[in-house]
Ligand binder design. Structure first.
Ligand code: NDP
Length: 281
């Protein structure tokens, strides 16, 4: 019988994870079934239990459940513990869940391996302080970026993330509305979900320097406004979140199956119709 996997979140119907994991499974010769399950904070625990009772052995978790997933798990990997959020769950022999977070390593792998960016000493700006920002910030610091500024519409969330990272001379939390005051950045990351239900006001051109890479965690239609801003302001690189999506999935696949799939053919297939994709992970 196929091994059972699922992604939980809301909205989830457009998630690409079933497609990505099915492709990885075919590539690795692993018989698996991977479905998308609509779940919000109120019913996630019940639906996860029902999934386990039906034989589910592994799950991905997306917006808005990543913090809750870490709380529900019986044990956490170091990287999930560090960010207080999980995107990957593994069911143990004793029927409890072990939580991991592959978002950060997925982003860094996409930027360094696929896009050949040298992240070292890059003065970095993350716009947003939600689950996505939480997942990527420690991995970026570990990859050797320089100073990190985190700006958010709700400044308290940026403060909380900076406190969690615990490097006050290197990490600075600020209010999004003051962003023009902070000079040029070598790496600017849009980690907001603004295009889901609103708009992110265009960032000032003064943030862009000689070698700025602009990276959106969103992909497909949701990434169009920020990618357009990056091109209009002459950012050297404009990279959307599709590669990160495939890389974080490959890391989850490795956690579950012990093998890391070749991400290039899956990324190429999804990229060919990228603009029509809807962000759901
Ligand atoms: P959260 O809901 O946890 O956080 C959303 C963030 O966006 C908050 O910082 C919020 O600010 C900010 N925001 C929302 N609307 C606006 C607006 N109109 N103007 C300014 N800021 C705004 O979401 P996640 O962090 O989990 O996800 C963020 C994005 O990253 C999503 O689009 C998600 O799909 C994508 N993502 C992609 C991944 C990939 O693999 N490619 C992995 C993880 C995330 P405030 O705190 O003030 O509400």
């Amino acid at each position: 019988m196929s091994q059972q996997f699922a992604v939980f979140g809301t909205p989830i119907s457009h998630s690409l994870s079933p497609q990505i994991h099915s492709a990885f499974g075919r590539q690795a010769g692993i018989d698996l079934r991977y479905v998308a399950i609509e779940a919000g904070p109120g019913d996630f625990a019940t639906k996860l239990q029902a999934f386990a009772d039906a034989g589910g052995v592994g799950a991905n978790v997306t917006l808005p459940l990543k913090t809750l997933a870490a709380e529900l798990a019986a044990s956490l990997s170091e990287r999930a513990k560090r960010v207080g959020a999980a995107n990957t769950l593994v069911r143990g022999q004793d029927n409890t869940w072990h939580a991991d977070n592959t978002d950060g390593v997925g982003l860094v792998r996409d930027l360094t391996d696929r896009h050949r960016l040298d992240l070292r000493e890059r003065r970095t700006l993350i716009v947003g302080a939600g689950g996505g920002a939480r997942g990527i910030a420690p991995a970026l610091l570990d990859a050797g970026i320089g100073e990190l500024f985190i700006v958010n519409r709700t400044p308290e969330r940026a403060d909380a993330l900076a406190d969690m990272l615990g490097q006050p001379s290197r990490v600075h939390a600020r209010y999004l509305g003051d962003v023009a005051a902070f000079g040029e950045f070598d790496l600017i990351i849009n980690a907001t979900s603004a295009t889901r239900g609103g708009v992110l006001a265009p960032l000032p051109r003064s943030l862009v320097g000689r070698r700025t890479a602009a990276v959106d965690l969103s992909y497909g239609e949701a990434a169009i406004p920020f990618m357009a801003w990056a091109r209009a302001t002459n950012c050297r690189d404009a990279i959307d979140g599709l590669g990160m999506l495939v890389e974080q999935a490959a890391e989850s696949f490795k956690v579950w199956h012990g093998v890391r799939p070749d991400t290039n053919p899956v990324f190429a297939a999804l990229s060919s119709h990228s603009a029509s994709l809807v962000t759901a992970d």
